[in-house]
Design a protein around this ligand. Structure first.
Ligand code: 1HE
Length: 264
């Protein structure tokens, strides 16, 4: 059942909940969900005000395009200091996604461009519909990524590919994006939302400590020197398995109540 989430958001965003999944939609399809300052503030607000009983977020864009990136109409009057503050505002908002309490699943269709791709990159699971395409036209606009793209995108697809996208303005198709790791699910047009809801509900059903360790510890361990990573992993594994929730889930499996892993 769909319920409203009690939050005051700008008209470019809409929030609702279905059980333990909160849904955040970009609702400015007339402007191809271009991201203006109010929208970025709204994203920060949404992720800072999630009710405790929400276990995952589904992020989606209304209309034919996920997002055309930065609202170019707001760019023309900023000086250098204001430009830095603007980028830092995006960083704060997207950090709330990447290192927030709950996993975020993003559904991508049509244009996933510039800041739209940076927003998608801050999510934890990306589902692309076959209509999706990815580009970083910053080079041709005379600007640089500013929403964390130079940090997150090289980790996702490699510095050489990001460099190529920025320098040449090349576009990756949904299929290419899937092959290089921009998405981890590829679905037919119109099927992304349902798939996203299914995955988000499954994620929300995980033990909270599991989601915490995956969101907060996995990316940090992956960046450590291996010898430090193994040591931290051992501690995190020990903490996770000592949780009563882990004990009861393991018992469920051993007593034939827990789910088996299934073939695809
Ligand atoms: C916009 C924006 C926008 C559309 N800012 N208003 N992003 C870009 O460089 C991508 C620019 N957009 C496009 O290339 C195209 O609009 C699309 C390929 C996404 C879609 O094309 P189309 O033919 O479906 O739509 P359209 O007719 O181009 O646009 C429809 C309306 O949306 C139109 O406004 P209207 O009032 O004339 O109807 C467009 O002006 C408006 N619109 N995209 C503002 N981006 C933190 S730094 C991040 C840096 C970046 O993100 S750089 C990349 C910016």
């Amino acid at each position: 059942m769909t319920e409203r989430l009690n939050m005051v958001l700008p008209s470019s965003l809409a929030a609702e909940r279905r059980g333990a999944v909160a849904i955040l939609r970009l609702t400015r399809p007339g402007k191809r969900n271009a991201l203006d300052d109010d929208t970025i503030h709204g994203v920060e607000m949404f992720f800072g005000a999630l009710p405790e009983d929400i276990g995952a977020v589904l992020l989606a864009g209304e209309g034919e395009h996920f997002s055309a990136g930065l609202d170019l109409g707001e760019l023309t009057t900023r000086d250098v200091g204001e430009g830095v503050a603007h980028s830092e505002m995006w960083h704060r908002a997207f950090e709330k996604i990447e290192f927030g309490r709950v996993p975020v699943v993003a559904v991508l269709q049509g244009a996933v461009i510039g800041g739209g791709l940076e927003l998608a990159a801050a999510a934890h699971v990306r589902i692309a519909e076959r209509s999706a395409y990815y580009a970083l036209p910053e080079g041709s606009r005379g600007i640089f990524v500013g929403g964390g793209g130079s940090v997150r995108l090289p980790r996702l697809i490699g510095t050489a590919r990001v460099m190529d996208m920025l320098l040449t303005g090349r576009t990756y198709s949904a299929e290419e994006g899937q092959a290089i790791g921009l998405s981890t699910y590829l679905v037919e047009p119109g099927k992304g939302f349902a798939k996203g809801l299914e995955l988000a509900a499954r994620i929300a059903d995980n033990a909270p400590l599991t989601n915490f360790t995956v969101l907060q510890m996995l990316p940090r361990i992956a960046e450590m020197a291996p010898s430090s990573g193994y040591a931290v992993e051992a501690l995190v594994a020990a903490v996770a398995q000592a949780d009563p929730e882990a004990k009861s889930r393991l018992k469920d499996f051993l007593e034939k109540r827990g789910p088996k892993v299934t073939r695809t």
